[in-house]
Design a protein around this ligand. Structure first.
Ligand SMILES: [Cu+2]
Length: 185
């Protein structure tokens, strides 16, 4: 009897869990990570977070001071990731409202070559920076020092989704992974 109850509970939990992830049944949600420049105390992320939650298609926003970033789950049919990143970038700073933040979408890439040589990793992914820079709506693109994290800023009005970005990055080569949330260490 006890086992039956536990099984029923587990089933109920997994059911409500999947419902929370896809409220309308088939809406695909994307989790993204955005690096922010301009936070200097807890009040900064704490005041940004509720404003972002009000945007259409935005769910589960979490803004943190350390690291200075925003993680969110998006329904990109209503809120393409580029629109979300530019919404953060144009948001007035909590401390200096005349200024706005800077924001970059983080794209986590990894391939077999990265486990062998850090420099080879960075060199191998330089082409991805070129592809992104050639994309309409992309303002800037750069690789970090590890060679495994792309920082991408968008122009106001850009309507690019993570699906489109992944397609651009993997157009010529698919021998690496593309993720929008930090890999678990
Ligand atoms: Cu502050």
């Amino acid at each position: 009897m006890r086992i039956l109850i536990i099984t029923a509970l587990a089933l109920l939990l997994s059911l409500t869990g999947s419902l929370a992830a896809t409220p309308k049944g088939t809406v695909p949600l994307t989790s993204v990570t955005i690096a922010v420049d301009g936070f200097h105390c807890m009040m900064c992320p704490d005041s940004l977070q509720p404003d972002l939650t009000k945007l259409p298609g935005v769910r589960q926003v979490h803004a943190t001071l350390t690291p200075a970033q925003v993680t969110a789950t998006l329904d990109e049919t209503k809120q393409p990731v580029s629109a979300f990143v530019t919404a953060i970038a144009k948001h007035p700073r909590a401390m200096e409202p005349a200024q706005s933040y800077s924001a970059w979408l983080l794209i986590f890439i990894n391939g077999e070559m990265c486990s062998k040589d850090k420099h080879l990793c960075k060199l191998g992914f330089e082409d991805l920076v070129k592809y992104l820079k050639a994309t309409k709506g992309v303002q800037s693109a750069a690789l970090d020092d590890t060679g495994k994290v792309l920082h991408v800023a968008f122009r106001p009005g850009a309507l690019l989704t993570t699906t489109q970005l992944t397609a651009i990055l993997t157009k010529h080569d698919t021998g690496f992974t593309v993720k929008y949330t930090a890999p678990v260490k």
